[in-house]
Design a protein around this ligand. Structure first.
Ligand code: NAG
Ligand code: NAG
Ligand code: NAG
Ligand code: CA
Ligand code: CA
Length: 215
């Protein structure tokens, strides 16, 4: 085992030396233009991610051998996604009705967001405030379209911890938007509160996908 660690260590040092030379080269070539700076930073981020995954998987191995709790290291499809627990969330600002929003998430191999934790709501608020804009309501994957008043997530699970706007009668199936009532749900990114609204309204959306476990 000592042998193995030594060998790994030696490789690591050599790897770092090469990396260092490479980065130094990039700095001297690129530092004088904004464009160069950007591509240098991208490269550096890439390298950091690689070493993060490597460290993560090495630590996982080590933790398994030492019978301590194994950490979980997760990764999202790309930089646009927010990693929240073992889930990835993406706030998309183009506006669509609920059905098309759902399709657009599916086209990415994702689904409309199933927001079940405080941590997820906090991440949505932080990102929503950063994006700003006129529309702070985002579609979630929550609907009572099959049976009035029976709210289900898009994975068919019945909603448990609800965040309906307090101090109002939400969800109220208000018919002011039309006879269809309100069968689709949005989250107000600024307040973390939910509202039911007509499914035909146009809103931005939150897509969600399981994070990939680094092994
Ligand atoms: C953990 O143990 C396995 C089998 O005993 C061994 O092959 C592996 O190299 C060990 N990993 C580390 C990081 O020590
Ligand atoms: C939904 O998407 C389809 C295909 O892009 C489009 O033709 C249709 O107009 C969209 N519906 C709404 C309400 O935007
Ligand atoms: C429905 O919405 C309209 C307009 O937003 C509002 O004036 C009305 O009070 C609502 N009805 C109910 C029953 O909440
Ligand atoms: Ca309804
Ligand atoms: Ca409503």
């Amino acid at each position: 085992m000592m042998n193995l660690i030594k060998k790994k260590g030696a490789l690591g040092i050599r790897g770092h030396a090469v990396l260092f030379v490479f980065i130094s080269l990039m700095v001297s070539v690129a530092a004088d233009s904004a464009e160069g700076q950007e591509s240098y930073l991208k490269l550096r981020l890439d390298l950091l991610k690689k070493s993060y995954s490597k460290l993560c998987s090495e630590y996982t191995n080590l933790a398994q051998n030492c019978s301590v709790p194994v950490p979980n290291c997760y990764e999202c499809p790309d930089d646009k996604w927010l990693l929240v627990g073992d889930q990835c969330l993406l706030l998309e600002t183009d506006r669509n009705d609920w059905l098309n929003s759902s399709k657009k998430c599916e086209e990415m191999g994702a689904h409309l967001a199933i927001l079940t934790t405080t941590e997820q709501h906090e991440a949505v608020e932080k990102e929503g405030r950063m994006l700003g804009g006129l529309y702070t309501f985002y579609w979630m994957g929550l609907t009572d379209i099959e049976k009035e008043g029976e709210w289900k997530w898009v994975d068919n699970s019945i909603v448990k911890n609800t965040h309906w706007k307090v101090g109002t009668s939400e969800p109220d199936n208000n018919q002011s938007g039309g006879e269809e009532g309100e069968d689709c749900a949005v989250v107000d990114s600024y307040t973390q509160s939910w509202y039911d609204v007509p499914c035909s309204y146009l809103y931005p959306r939150i897509c969600q996908v399981n994070a990939k476990l680094l092994k």
